[in-house]
Design a binder for this molecule. Structure first.
Ligand SMILES: [Zn+2]
Length: 265
């Protein structure tokens, strides 16, 4: 898959055809440090091999690649404030089924408003941590969001998976200065505690309803200082929340004739 995408090929079949040329086989032989290589395997053979491979083996290769990239210091200019590496956290749907697929499927029930008929959707999701370097992102950690068994009372969710993913990232990149970039789901006490425990910085989107006390303090200060508003930016520092203090910034801008409004913690 990786060489296929690197070569801009659209399908695995074209890869099998295009790569099985003498000079390509010779290049792959050199890259792999082999004495001889007769031909490249068919993509079905590669897929068969990958499906039997322990996920941990692939994670080890990924970690090696990322650490090598960081060691080469070619992305230094993308550090936030010259120090922190931005890491985006985001959940993605992988598969959806109309019938039970396995014991680990996440389930969501839908009710048809007209008929009242209930249907269950079975899903598999993954939570990804991606290192941000300019316009590129590199996956540095993955955690599947899935139920331990079919009869769990509370299903697995993105925040529970984040707890597990954060432990993995901390274990793998112990001293890497990280700034987590997340959506407003990540603006909550349990996640702030994880950031603190791991000594990570964070920047996340904020929505009014996520933590009401923070928003109401922000709103009242904004109303008081309305006349001093500086263009489309307004921020309040040191808003008290539990044992910590947070900064909230609001940005307003016009984009393609539409007004956008975003808040970040
Ligand atoms: Zn399943």
């Amino acid at each position: 898959m990786i060489p296929k995408n690197m070569a801009g090929l659209k399908s695995m079949r074209t890869m099998s055809d295009q790569f099985n040329k003498e000079e390509c086989i010779e290049n792959v032989r050199k890259a792999l440090g082999l004495k001889s290589l007769e031909e490249l395997p068919h993509y079905d053979t590669i897929n068969n091999f990958l499906s039997g491979l322990d996920v941990k083996e692939l994670e080890t290769i990924r970690t090696y690649m990322i650490k090598e990239l960081l060691k080469k210091r070619c992305f230094e200019s993308f550090r936030i404030e010259g120090k922190y590496w931005g890491v985006i956290i985001d959940g993605t749907g992988l598969h959806t089924f109309h019938e039970k697929h396995c014991d680990h499927c996440l389930r969501r029930m839908y009710t048809n408003k007209e008929t009242g008929e209930k249907t269950v959707l079975y899903m598999h999701h993954v939570l990804e941590a991606k290192l941000v370097v300019g316009d590129m992102v590199f996956s540095i950690g993955s955690e599947f969001i899935e139920n331990e068994s079919e009869d769990v009372t509370k299903q697995d969710c993105e925040l529970k998976a984040f707890n597990r993913l954060a432990k993995k990232i901390k274990q793998t990149f112990k001293r890497l200065p990280i700034c987590i970039l997340g959506d407003s789901l990540y603006a909550c006490e349990s996640v702030f505690k994880i950031y603190n425990d791991h000594k990570w910085k964070y920047l996340c989107r904020f929505k009014e309803g996520r933590i009401k006390s923070i928003f109401s303090e922000f709103k009242s200060i904004k109303e008081l200082e309305h006349n001093q508003k500086n263009g489309g930016i307004f921020f309040v520092n040191d808003i008290a929340y539990n044992e910590r203090k947070v900064n909230l910034i609001e940005l307003l801008w016009k984009w393609k004739m539409a007004k956008r409004e975003n808040m970040y913690l």
